[in-house]
Design a protein around this ligand. Sequence first.
Ligand SMILES: [Ca+2]
Ligand SMILES: [Ca+2]
Length: 294
Amino acid sequence: MLPRTIFTLVVLFLSGGIIAAPPAIPAESGDGGASVDSTVSERFPDFSLPAPGVLSFVPPIEPAAWNDAERAVIKECASGASDEDVALWRLPRDGWVVVATADERLCVCAPHDGKPVLVAMHRIDFGGGSLRGVAGPGIDVGDLDGNGTLDMIFHWGSGGCGLAANIGNDTVVLLEPATPGAAASVRFLPLGTHYGMHPLDIDRNGRIEFLVTQFVRCEMCTDGKSHNFWVWELVGIQVGRLVDLNATVPDFPRFEWLSFAPEDRWRTLLTPAMKRKLRGGELGFEPYRKGAKG
Ligand SMILES: [Ca+2]
Ligand SMILES: [Ca+2]
């Protein structure tokens, strides 16, 4: 689902020191890709990835294959956009069509009388990225919230270089097809900007969780030196909203020292108070509520 360049482990020079590569991003499941991602199994052997086939990559459709109905919804989403300014995907179930435009619109269309009809539009921010190219958007589909309907993850990269090349964005999009008496509905749940996102099913219950990587720099750690850290955060879906799952897992959010030596990875260089300060405003999601629906 993510640009191939982001999968590549890189060596980065930052602030005068050499730091290890950022964690690899999830392997593309279902698209036949050969990417093998061992990041989660290496760092979090107790966590489970989604079952094979639960998430699948959806390639965009080339403009030459767009039909008249699809061109009509493109016009409705972004009138005047040229073919080069539009990417279009047909989701593999239920007739959903998704359109992204160079002027940063994400339009989701549900089927009605055999044609796609624009249901919802969401503003996105490509940052330094663009619609085309290696940092361009990609879609993975699967039933993310476990309610039986197809949902999707919309990802795009920052288009930067160096450490910034790993910055990405994901928006979880929950889809509900029309039923007798109820119109189709779409719910956009932005996961925000991060340095990597791994879909998981940590409790093997069919609902997807998200392991999100952030980056922080501590100017004076407990050893008196400055160090860089990845911060691993855990996010889930509850009652149609993203929730902070960190409190449900021991020692989360987890701070990983950026060191070449694997034995250094989880070395304690930060006090709990220092971690709280470095994490700042957190992810901004409400905490998971035990016992609540979903
Ligand atoms: Ca669903
Ligand atoms: Ca789960």
